[in-house]
Design a binder for this molecule. Structure first.
Ligand code: ARG
Length: 662
């Protein structure tokens, strides 16, 4: 049973829409300042606060911001849901919601299945391009971010009523396949391949990589030695001839010495890596047998791309195996894609893309390659290399054409590592000129996952960490935590082992996802399992406990939650902590809107953390089951129910589960 949607208001959006027309008196572009109307950081400044009087007054001579604020306040009518507006300090406008209105508004939420979140009036077709690993290598922690951030954005947009397509744009056509094909032809362990094909393919990939690196290093050493000799000679001649008291010369000598030290250290470490490989007889003999391995692997890729029957046959054999392997990870993480159109899918379209760009005068030849040059960007966008090969850029252009023409996309989100930001800048600029100027394009970029040493996350042996083993480890730690917590319950443990295992799965996976989502995605973050699973602080575990706690209240009071909702009892906010909690509950829709616009799931994690904290304060301040009066008890139970529903729903939008008991 849902009340008509008109009863429920996105408060922030409503406030902004009431102020915007009024501001036109002082600016042609009120939208440029309207975002200065926000939720207050501190309740003593009201529930919301508008700070735009300051920048607006700054543009008008002789007008004091405080006077401008007063004039604005006189013109805006919010009397249907707000207390009279207050002007404070240099010109802040403080907005406080009317108590009765907040009571009713919150009460309306009780019966609303969508928790106050209206579906978009003008739904867009949005493609979310996420995860997109280069297959043929096992997934590692680096793949987690795109997968988890992409999935959360996908879920939020979908809930807001957009027509969303999740597309896993896998790298299934790149040079790694040439390396694997070469490895397969020369170094295959057949029994191992029978047993676990992807593990064997991954071993072959690493092996070919290692052997190519060996030769690259070995070939670079003579030049390095020559450089060092030259640096040393230069230093010597400077020290013997120049005026050593000259400050400039001293500086030069210091710099030369530092450079020389650095080069020598590099050389030593390179020599060590060679010695290490040579100590392994098997590896060394393979290295000797194939001094040209890098070129040979590249040739295998080229043969694949030009349609060589044997290589195509191998690729067709490997690909399903690789896809199965990544699918296991997606299944565990409960990630779903609507389509998996990898790079290989677009290959037949690339020649036409280049021809079209040339015909439109966008692409031209430069040093043998075909490039697009964009104003203000120095690097060229290379769409065809000297040897005729198409590139990552060409594929992305073809992908956009397909997404617009076949999928009818209005907006595309690329959830990709920040190291590709230059690529996307060039891509987006090219696409605008190419004729898709209405398409909204957004690089949802993110930083690196670091280890505790602040370097990219690796195992002790220096390998990247397999994603599956990481998930196992997290679930195992969660099992310990859940068990300890259960053992410590005052009336003795409540859970059997199967229940503990099931909860551990939800907590373990939720912890990893939440930790990834809670950071501003642009920054790097340190992967630390203990912190991720802590039951206090900004973790999924903390919120999962808050949820279970509310379920416990209803169990203890033997209250049927859906009957409570249907009852339409009055909701009255008495204590300050109840009011604060209710206000936060009412802000769910505005938060989801902001997540969707900026593709920032951390706005939602922040919100849920604050909600859980406000719930804790409320629960400490107010009796629920033991409330003084029946009406107060019912009203508080409704608040508990709403909190739990939003925690559960919000976490589900982040791809994170909850349990009724923990
Ligand atoms: N496979 C690429 C990589 O691992 C990411 C692809 C992202 N999507 C795209 N349309 N470029 O770097």
């Amino acid at each position: 049973m849902s009340l008509p949607r008109a009863y429920i208001m996105n408060i922030l959006a409503e406030l902004r829409s009431r102020f915007e027309p009024v501001l036109t008196e002082w600016t042609d572009d009120p939208s440029s300042v309207i975002e200065m109307l926000k939720a207050s950081q501190d309740a003593k400044f009201g529930d919301y606060q508008a700070n735009f009087a300051m920048p607006l007054a700054a543009r008008i001579p002789e007008l004091k911001p405080r006077d401008l604020a007063t004039q604005i306040v006189e013109k805006v009518d919010l009397s249907d849901f707000c207390e009279p507006l207050e002007v404070a300090g240099p010109g802040f406008i403080n907005i406080k919601l009317k108590q009765d209105w907040l009571n009713t508004q919150t009460q309306n939420l009780v019966a609303d299945e969508r928790l106050g979140v209206a579906a978009a009036e003008a739904p867009q077709k949005v493609v979310v391009d996420f995860s997109a690993p280069n297959v043929a290598k096992p997934m590692h922690v680096g793949h987690l971010r795109s997968t988890v951030i992409g999935d959360a954005n996908y879920r939020v947009l979908k809930f807001l009523g957009h027509d969303v397509v999740g597309d896993n744009h896998i790298g299934d056509w790149g040079t790694q396949f040439g390396m694997i094909i070469f490895g397969y032809k020369h170094f295959l362990n057949e029994a191992a391949f029978e047993e676990a094909p992807v593990t064997e393919l991954a071993r072959l990939y690493r092996l070919v990589n290692q052997l190519s690196d060996y030769h690259a290093t070995k070939n670079a050493i003579p030049k390095k030695e020559e450089d060092i000799n030259q640096q040393a000679e230069k230093l010597q001649s400077l020290e013997s001839s120049a005026d050593l008291t000259d400050k400039k010369i001293q500086k030069q000598i210091k710099k030369l010495k530092a450079d020389l030290g650095e080069s020598q250290a590099e050389l030593t470490s390179q020599q060590e890596s060679l010695t290490e490989l040579e100590a392994n007889e098997d590896l060394h003999s393979k290295a000797i047998a194939f001094p040209e391995i890098a070129r040979l692997a590249r040739e295998e890729t080229a043969r694949l791309h030009s349609g060589d029957a044997e290589n195509i046959e191998l690729w067709e054999r490997f690909l399903p195996q690789c896809l199965d392997a990544i699918q296991t990870v997606y299944d565990r993480l409960n990630i779903h894609f609507d389509m998996t159109l990898g790079e290989s899918f677009y290959q037949p379209l690339l020649a036409d893309v280049v021809a079209d760009l040339k015909q439109k005068g966008l692409a031209k030849e430069s040093q043998g390659a075909i490039c697009v040059f964009m104003q203000g960007i120095e690097a060229p966008f290379i769409v065809q290399k000297q040897d005729g090969a198409f590139t990552y850029a060409t594929t992305d252009l073809a992908t956009i054409k397909y997404r617009v023409e076949e999928l009818k996309a209005d907006r595309v989100l690329y959830v990709v590592d920040s190291r590709q930001s230059e690529h996307f800048k060039l891509l987006f600029a090219t696409v605008k000129e190419w004729g898709y100027s209405d398409l909204e394009l957004q690089h949802v970029s993110f930083g690196t996952v670091l280890g505790k040493n602040k370097r990219p996350y690796k195992t002790r042996s220096g390998d990247t960490v397999g994603l599956e083993s990481l998930l196992d480890e997290s679930i195992e730690s969660a099992y310990q935590i859940v068990s300890e917590n259960d053992d410590a319950k005052p009336d003795g443990p409540e859970l059997n082992d199967a229940e503990r295992r099931q909860i551990a799965e939800v907590v373990g996976l939720g912890g990893i996802k939440y930790a990834d989502l809670k950071h501003n995605r642009d920054s790097d973050y340190v992967f630390d399992l203990d912190k991720m699973l802590a039951n206090k602080g900004d973790t999924a575990t903390y919120m999962q406990y808050a949820y279970a706690r509310v379920c416990g209240i209803f169990r203890k009071g033997q209250i049927d939650r859906s009957a409570l909702r249907d009852h339409q009892a009055a909701l009255t906010l008495v204590d300050e902590s109840e009011r604060a909690l209710a206000l936060q509950i009412n802000r769910y829709s505005e938060i989801l809107e902001s997540v969707a616009t900026e593709a920032r799931p951390n706005y939602l994690t922040n919100y849920l953390f604050e909600l859980s904290n406000l719930f804790s304060t409320f629960y400490n301040n107010c009796h629920v089951l033991k409330a003084e009066e029946e009406a107060v008890k019912t009203s508080r139970l409704l608040l508990c129910d709403l909190t739990a529903r939003i925690v559960e729903h919000g976490l589900s939008l982040l791809g994170i589960g909850t349990c009724e008991r923990m």
